[in-house]
Design a protein around this ligand. Structure first.
Ligand SMILES: [Zn+2]
Length: 344
């Protein structure tokens, strides 16, 4: 009976006192059942409460160009990222989806790597594509064609201001909101690309990408160039023009059809290695050899790692009438959009 009494007390503490603490100090209110999930994992809540309580609306960003760390207001940073990462000509709902994804990506980095990211311990985020590209308005004005700022900056501001503080959560935790240019028709599961299992980064169809300039690309080499590149990377392999088709074998595809593993003369290599070696747009590739012409053609679909939101897919969905919430919930499985309160 004593044991039951202790359990009852523990349950009482969890069900009464903990939610009281959450209501008092926890800033975000997920639209769905996120709060329920938080109760089941008080450790996570405490971490986020602490970080949100200390968050003053400014983030530290390591500038990869001059190796300086700048404090930038989060919402200003998001504007610079949206402008650098997505064509401003895109539909406003796609830009809004990008704003939420970029804000989420930044806050996830800050939450998970508060002491600095392993590749740049100076800050949790950098200005390069390594994290997500960031350009301030002066830089954008000098890089973009004349008149760009007058025409498009108000649109960028609208996309960011109208989604101010909005962040994607899964089970009450800020997600790692990966995104890419063009999926090629189907996004990729995080386990197949980053070797990390994230329930919200699953392979989903991505229709309406046909307008993307890199939806389909072809790299052409002579048979000799192709073999030289392969044998310089894999010196032990015995590949000639005569045995080419027998020596390169598909071992495994990902569920979305990208090349996960290939065998090069019996050595198993990752599709990503081949992507890097031939500078392909994605791992969704097909290699064809024409011995008569001595030409190798590598056709790729999509551009980027394929995980999370496809930017061209987002624009396609927006043009079909879907709003940014529908776009985000399509590409990030099972997420909720919540509010991250910023004190400024
Ligand atoms: Zn970085």
């Amino acid at each position: 009976m004593k044991k039951v009494g202790i359990y009852t007390l523990v349950i009482l503490i969890i069900t009464i006192i903990l939610p009281a603490i959450i209501v008092k100090t926890f800033n975000f209110a997920p639209t769905g059942d996120g709060l329920q999930s938080n109760v089941a994992n008080p450790k996570v809540i405490n971490k986020e409460v602490k970080e949100e309580a200390e968050f003053d609306g400014y983030i530290a960003v390591y500038d990869t160009r001059n190796q300086e760390v700048h404090k930038i207001a989060l919402e200003e940073y998001v504007k610079g990222v949206v402008a650098a990462e997505m064509p401003a000509e895109f539909h406003i709902e796609a830009l809004k989806a990008q704003a939420v994804a970029s804000r989420t990506f930044a806050l996830s980095r800050i939450t998970n790597f508060p002491e600095g990211y392993p590749d740049h311990m100076e800050a949790s985020l950098c200005t390069g594509i390594h994290c997500q590209s960031y350009l301030n308005l002066d830089e954008l004005t000098s890089l973009q064609p004349k008149g760009w700022a007058e025409k498009y900056w108000p649109k960028i501001e609208e996309a960011v201001d109208s989604t101010k503080g909005q962040v994607l959560y899964y089970n009450g935790e800020v997600i790692e909101a990966a995104y890419h240019s063009t999926s090629g028709g189907m996004t990729e599961d995080s386990i197949d690309v980053f070797a990390m299992d994230r329930p919200y980064l699953r392979a989903v169809p991505s229709p309406y990408e046909e307008e993307a300039p890199k939806f389909r690309s072809i790299v052409t080499l002579t048979g000799d160039e192709f073999i030289n590149k392969l044998t310089s990377k894999y010196p032990g392999s015995n590949i000639t023009k005569d045995n080419l088709s027998e020596k390169i074998k598909l071992v495994e595809k990902t569920q979305s059809g990208r090349i996960k593993k290939l065998a090069i003369d019996g050595t198993v290599v990752n599709g990503r290695e081949i992507r890097d070696l031939f500078e392909l747009n994605s791992t969704n590739f097909t290699i064809t050899y024409n011995p008569k012409a001595n030409i190798v053609e590598i056709e790729t679909l999509g551009y980027g790692h394929g995980v999370g939101m496809s930017q061209w897919g987002a624009n396609g969905m927006a043009k079909k009438g879907q709003n940014y919430e529908e776009i985000l919930k399509h590409y990030y499985t099972g997420v909720e959009i919540g509010q991250w309160v910023i004190d400024n």
